[in-house]
Design a protein around this ligand. Structure first.
Ligand code: ADP
Ligand code: MG
Length: 340
């Protein structure tokens, strides 16, 4: 075959392979867009584990009608405009590829209205191709509906798991959202039944969201931690060593509000717990790292599950020290000293 440039819809479907793994990835991308649009309320409706239908409605900034086609085209974003912006980015998105990728592997409708307009603009796409466009009544904000994920890619559709499993992945991601953004009202329903109602919480130090996401037992054993160093801060909750888990299933790490996995930080925490945990048991924690965005590269993974700290050793040691200091108080020896 001679070398040829691929058509746009094929490029988008290829990109979708990286960004859209399953319904949970769609929920994540749509909700992150709502968060970036400044929404204070997000409603998520799911059907059949999100495979049949995902609808995300927000009260954020909305999109100007003239910009809707751009929002749906590749590498178009309102979030960065230069390398300098990329290096200091604090929004969840910036790659401009989620919407076109999702649209290319589903039936998608986008309805959006800015506060200044009287009507919303609605576009419907099938497999990335626009099939209709019209004005539509809608309150200020955006609703995106994604139906029949992978309807045009049987090979991908085949890999989707049972409804329960897909819903489980979505719920896990929503827990991360609820922990990261207690200031946002979140409503979730599945097959017409209300699944979650997280009301916005004004006091960011309140443990209500922890209670609603990780449960009473975690809260009863949680210790608040807070520490600052140059250009970095760590806050959150760590569970007393007596509350430990058989799996690493309650370990949440957020870097500038983004939920990520990081081996080095996980290792730092594990080491801080050290010998107070039995072999094979895992600590539970919710940690928020706030760091100068110039000291962390968020553009290392298309789905942004990972980041790269410019000075990983420093971050590791800072986390280790903070957690170890907090845990020292819980050691039996420390208690004995206090009582002596
Ligand atoms: P990115 O988030 O990386 O910019 P997306 O493909 O997810 O890329 O979205 C493209 C653009 O569409 C965004 O930059 C934003 O301007 C607009 N957009 C998407 N979703 C929303 C929303 N819910 N509210 C307002 N604008 C949105
Ligand atoms: Mg996005």
């Amino acid at each position: 075959m001679p070398i040829q440039a691929l058509p746009d819809h094929l490029i988008n479907q290829i990109a979708a392979g990286e960004v859209v793994e399953r319904p949970a990835s769609v929920v994540k991308e749509l909700v992150e867009n709502a968060v970036d649009a400044g929404a204070t309320r997000i409603e998520i409706e799911l059907e059949e584990g999100g495979v049949r239908r995902i609808r995300v409605r927000d009260n954020g900034s909305g999109i100007e009608p003239a910009e809707v086609p751009l929002a749906l085209s590749r590498h178009a974003t309102s979030k960065i405009g230069s390398l300098d912006d990329l290096e200091s980015v604090l929004t969840m998105g910036f790659r401009g590829e989620a919407l076109p990728s999702i649209a290319s592997v589903s039936r998608l409708s986008l309805t959006s209205r800015t506060a200044e307009r009287e009507h919303a603009h609605r576009v419907e796409l099938e497999g990335g191709r626009v099939v209709s466009e019209s004005p539509h009544p809608h309150p200020p904000g955006t609703t995106i509906e994604v139906r029949d994920l992978f309807f045009n890619i049987p090979a991908r559709r085949k890999f989707l798991k049972a409804e329960r499993t897909e819903l489980g992945h979505i719920e896990e991601w929503l827990r991360q959202l609820a922990l990261a953004r207690p200031d946002i009202d979140v409503r979730v329903s599945h097959n017409g039944k209300i699944l979650r109602r997280w009301n916005r919480q004004d006091d960011l130090l309140s443990t209500r969201r922890l209670d609603e996401t990780l449960g009473e037992a975690f809260v009863a054993n949680a210790m608040r931690i807070e520490a600052d160093a140059v250009g970095i801060a760590l806050s959150g909750w760590i569970a007393r060593p007596t509350y430990n888990r058989a799996a690493a299933d309650q370990q949440y790490l957020f870097v500038n509000g983004r939920a990520i996995r990081d081996r080095s930080v996980a290792h730092a925490v594990r080491r801080a717990y050290g010998d107070v945990l039995f072999h094979g048991r895992h600590p539970a924690y919710v940690l928020f790292v706030t760091i100068d965005p110039r000291r962390v590269d968020v553009n290392v993974h298309p789905a942004k599950h990972e980041v790269r700290f410019r000075d990983a050793r420093f971050v590791h040691d800072f986390v280790y020290r903070t957690v170890a200091d907090a845990l020292r108080e819980t050691r039996p020896g420390a208690q004995a000293d206090l009582n002596a």
